[in-house]
Design a protein around this ligand. Structure first.
Ligand SMILES: Cc1cc2nc3c(=O)[nH]c(=O)nc-3n(C[C@H](O)[C@H](O)[C@H](O)COP(=O)(O)OP(=O)(O)OC[C@H]3O[C@@H](n4cnc5c(N)ncnc54)[C@H](O)[C@@H]3O)c2cc1C
Length: 581
């Protein structure tokens, strides 16, 4: 049952309480409540997603954040790597979390991402071969909105067909499609074709998948929660922010956290809710470490500066933020069929989508993606070890967009554009999330620390040269008119670096702030079973546990870890009660 406010809850005690109804939290709540003997409460700070049409329309995904009521509206601290710019950093504040406001690109990561998670944590359950089963469990591959023949665009054996999240290939053709593929044929060595961009073998350029079915967004709210919401053992409360976890007792010397305080907003009544078995934190890469810190789990010095009494001194909480950075490259093109005109005058596209869920509004943000490496001979590798997950993983991504995309500069009122957004996939910079006050309604400090290492800036400077080689292919002759701004004038490495630092923005894939490490590691926040180190009763299942940002837009990777996380919790049911607490 869905409750609109914590004051409406009839019960205050459940077997499991899941905090945050985003990508991971929705999976955990839905999977745990499959067992009708188990009572589950899902606590979400944002509003319900139901009835918000803009969430459903795929191409409007670009307009749902930042600076809307569906967004937590964070802003980074000034970023030295970006000329001290402070950037709005969106996070979904609505049922479905960021999967209700994201751009819906659907990926999983490279085989080497998961194998690296397994090797750094010493837990073989995270290897790709095992996680592929969870990937199939999550995915329901469906026909694209235009029902075109998709032969050659993917490898069917690598996909799931009956999972909760609808996934499809591009459902509206663009003038870029044939040109991108022709370029892979002209330059097969530097830009090879990838027959399936989510199959684990990540390198190359191929057709993109999105969490879209029947021309409509598929989120964790629509895919997991809606079908489960009628279960008598699952309660969902929205407009309910968890503000503090409380110690309910001790098992030996180890504190047990079985109580959470929630409130609708600052100054509103506070409700105490208890979990017999576990509280699962799924509040995301910013929300989860902030809640730990507010509850006294974090770096003692930093907690004390924020006015919070330390219960567990763990300096890893909030650290190790690993995030992609996005460089938007834009060109004027000689073609009227770009989405720029659709964004300027959306009425016809809206009518088409309303009538039959087709057309530009049913479209993905991009029909093709590419995952590429710097050459092995690149000079940076003389001083920096290769940070990729392995030799078959990427350093950067190319996203091909049929419109103007530059978060730093609004689209011009006239003209037609194409963008190639390059994403730094294997960053070596690390950032943090840190509360600055004991007030849970004051946002934490968010620092992705973009472009703070030699490797990160080197990779993006080289990516500009690589991008120029890509668009020098014959397929683009007569299509591209000219590059926009300094993309056309920057020649020396110094000039390209200045262009990169001026234009880089985010793509909102931060992970790592409650890092998973091996059971005996002296650092990290959760063990490989996702239990919070040093306490009883708390687990974390969300993007914050990933030690490295994957070769993926992150929702798919997080769906996979949440599917496995739910199984780990189910396996411990009955064993993990905390009788002395
Ligand atoms: C604008 C945008 C575009 C993106 N585009 C893509 C894309 O195209 N493809 C892709 O794969 N990924 C994309 N991502 C990233 C992806 O959506 C996230 O990585 C993923 O959803 C994170 O999952 P999560 O479960 O860790 O957190 P979230 O999905 O963010 O969920 C966290 C939930 O916890 C809630 N919460 C937080 N604190 C509290 C609290 N104290 N009490 C109660 N509830 C709380 C939040 O409101 C939210 O609902 C995008 C993200 C954004 C913001």
């Amino acid at each position: 049952k869905l409750y609109n406010n914590p004051s409406q809850l009839i019960k205050t005690n459940y077997d499991y309480i899941v905090i945050g109804g985003g990508a991971a939290g929705a999976v955990v709540a839905a999977r745990l409540s499959e067992n009708s003997d188990i009572s589950v409460l899902l606590v979400e700070a944002g509003i319900s997603n139901e009835g918000i049409t803009d969430i459903d329309i795929p191409l409007l995904g670009l307009s749902l954040a930042p600076s809307t009521p569906l967004d937590w509206n964070y802003t980074t601290i000034p970023q030295p790597g970006l000329g001290n710019r402070a950037i709005p950093y969106p996070r979904g504040k609505v049922l479905g979390g960021s999967t209700s406001v994201n751009y819906m690109v659907y990926m999983r990561g490279s085989t080497e991402d998961f194998d690296r998670y397994a090797s750094v944590t010493g837990e073989s359950g995270w290897v790709w071969d095992q996680m592929l089963e969870y990937a199939k469990k999550n995915e329901k591959l469906v026909s694209p909105a235009d029902h075109h023949d998709t032969t050659g665009e993917f490898l069917p054996s690598l996909h799931g067909t009956s999972g909760p999240i609808s996934v499809s290939l591009g459902g509206n053709p663009t003038p870029l499609d044939s040109r991108v593929i022709a370029t892979t044929e002209e330059f097969p060595t530097e830009f090879p074709f990838n027959p399936d961009t989510i199959g684990g073998d990540i390198l190359g350029i191929g057709w993109a998948f999105a969490s879209i079915g029947n021309g409509t967004r598929s989120s964790s709210a629509t895919g997991y929660l809606a079908p489960a919401s009628g279960r008598p053992n699952l309660d969902i409360v929205v407009n309910a922010q968890a503000t503090k976890l409380e110690v309910t007792g001790k098992k030996g010397t180890v504190p047990c956290f079985h109580r959470v305080l929630v409130a609708e907003k600052a100054g509103a009544a506070v409700y105490a809710l208890t979990a017999n078995q576990e509280i699962i934190l799924s509040a995301g890469t910013f929300g989860t470490p902030a809640l730990l810190q507010l509850s006294g789990i974090g770096n003692k010095t930093e907690l004390s500066a924020a006015g919070v009494t330390t219960i567990i001194d763990n300096p890893s909480v909030g650290k190790n933020m690993s995030d992609h950075a996005l460089l938007p490259n834009v060109w004027n093109v000689d073609n009227p069929d770009t989405y720029d005109s659709v964004f300027r005058n959306p009425s016809q596209a809206l009518e088409q989508w309303t009538n039959n869920r087709t057309g530009p509004f049913a479209s993905h943000i991009a029909n093709q993606l590419g995952w590429l490496r710097l050459p092995q001979t690149a000079s940076i590798f003389e001083t920096t070890p290769d940070p990729a997950a392995g030799p078959n993983s990427s350093h950067f991504e190319m996203i091909f967009l049929n419109y103007w995309l530059n978060p730093n500069t609004p689209a011009p009122p006239t003209g037609n554009f194409m963008s190639e957004a390059t994403v730094l996939i294997s960053p070596t910079s690390r950032g943090f999330v840190k509360i600055s006050s004991s007030d849970p309604f004051k946002p934490p400090l968010v620092n992705p620390n973009w472009l703070n290492t030699d490797f990160d800036i080197f990779a993006l400077v080289e990516s500009v040269k690589i991008s120029r080689r890509f668009f020098a292919a014959k397929a683009w002759e007569g299509y591209i008119l000219d590059p926009v701004g300094e993309l056309g004038t920057a020649e020396t490495d110094e000039e390209i670096e200045a262009y990169v630092r001026k234009n880089v923005n985010g793509i909102w894939h931060a992970v790592g702030t409650a890092m998973m490490t091996s059971k005996d590691a002296g650092y990290g926040v959760v063990d490989p079973d996702l239990k919070v180190k040093g306490v009883n009763g708390l687990r974390i299942v969300d993007g914050s546990i990933l030690p490295f940002v994957p070769n993926a837009h992150t929702q798919g990777t997080i769906y996979l870890i949440a599917e496995r996380g739910a199984d780990l919790i189910k396996d411990d049911y009955h064993d993990d009660t905390c009788p002395t607490c």
